[in-house]
Design a protein around this ligand. Structure first.
Ligand SMILES: [Zn+2]
Length: 359
């Protein structure tokens, strides 16, 4: 298995390419497309200039994980008046619950908690397991995106700040995920393998999102791209100042994501998502390649954590060893074996140059 000379990406990404020096396309892309504009204050000026017209400056989706928590910390010190949004899908880790409470207490920010309809959500997840597709995180991500945009629209707020950032997330692998905004695909998979009608679950499509961003004047600011963002520093600062608790690996504040990334992806799909997380940290100088290789040799889970999360996963989804084993042995399918929004995606690509005129 060929591995990059700079980061730890390897051929478990089927689309990876290497140059003559053995450097992969992810490293090249990370450096070529790194946001270079460090004008944080200019972005903040954009956000607060509409302050007189509304109570809140912006909306921030918080998970209780490092990136969104640190952005809440930053926003608090920048004196932004933030409306927090948190999706409660019933899978939050104890640390995430504690962190969300702590952020509210320390900042005094208001919170809108979005509750997913658990039976329907469970039905979607089971349908995804049955379908054998890789995008197991797409339904949750869509619910988060939908929730944020509904709050933005309901409160008449024009700005979203997001903890997404290039320094720790700038290595993305297309084959390891599926675009969460493709609601047509989510509905098609659920229709085929689900058993409950989706009455309460709200899903926001690609065109609706693009409409809000392009024509309704909603803006997204990834503020962590405009500071020298360092994940370890963020964890230390949050723990020291707010008594914030770390949930372990990236995205592990949610027990569903933790089990999917820590167990289902490596055993069923043959890739380890830590590879892309570590590679971004290597590109941003926050980890060495040697440290990443040592970490990757260790299992993502301790046996004890794994057993606890597996029991939780089974309980939540009404599975047992036999049913889960059955799902894990089904053939792997591609998302495009079900209906997709491919025409909308193409339309959006054509519209991309037009967006600037409407911003
Ligand atoms: Zn690389």
């Amino acid at each position: 298995m060929k591995i990059c000379k700079i980061c730890v990406m390897d051929e478990t990404d089927p689309d990876i390419t290497f140059d003559e020096n053995g450097v992969c396309n992810h490293c090249q892309n990370w450096h070529a497309n790194r946001p270079r504009d460090m004008g944080l204050l200019r972005k903040i000026t954009h956000i607060v200039k509409e302050r007189a017209t509304g109570e809140y400056d912006c909306v921030l989706g918080i998970s209780g994980g490092t990136d969104s928590s640190y952005l809440a910390y930053l926003a608090y010190w920048l004196n932004l008046n933030v409306l927090l949004v948190h999706l409660n899908d019933g899978w939050n880790s104890d640390e995430a619950k504690w962190n969300v409470k702590t952020i509210i207490k320390k900042t005094g920010y208001d919170l809108v908690e979005i509750q997913v309809d658990e039976p329907e959500f469970r039905d979607i997840v089971r349908a995804y397991l049955h379908a054998g597709v890789v995008g197991l995180e797409a339904p949750t991500d869509n619910c988060i995106m939908t929730g944020i945009h509904r709050v933005v629209s309901g409160f008449g707020i024009n700005n979203i700040i997001s903890g997404s950032n290039w320094a720790t997330e700038g290595v993305g692998v297309r084959a390891w995920a599926y675009p969460p905004a493709d609601t047509k695909n989510i509905r098609a998979i659920h229709e085929r393998f689900g058993s409950l009608p989706l009455k309460e679950t709200k899903l926001m499509g690609l065109l609706q999102k693009r409409w809000a961003l392009t024509f309704r004047g909603v803006r997204e600011f990834r503020l962590l791209n405009y500071i020298d963002y360092n994940r370890s520093d963020a964890i230390r600062i949050l723990a020291q100042n707010w008594g914030w608790k770390e949930s372990g690996r990236k995205h592990c504040e949610n027990r569903y994501t933790r089990f999917v990334e820590g167990y289902i992806y490596p055993t069923r799909f043959g890739f380890d998502k830590r590879r892309s997380h570590f590679s971004a940290l290597i590109c941003s100088g926050q980890m060495t390649r040697e440290e990443a290789l040592i970490e990757l040799k260790k299992p993502a889970y301790t046996q004890e954590e794994f057993e606890a999360d597996k029991a939780f996963f089974f309980e939540k989804l009404g599975l047992d060893e036999f049913k889960f084993g059955h799902f894990m042995a089904l053939p792997i399918r591609q998302h495009n074996e079900f209906s997709t929004h491919k025409w909308s995606l193409r339309l959006l690509r054509i519209m991309r140059p037009l967006r600037r005129f409407f911003r």
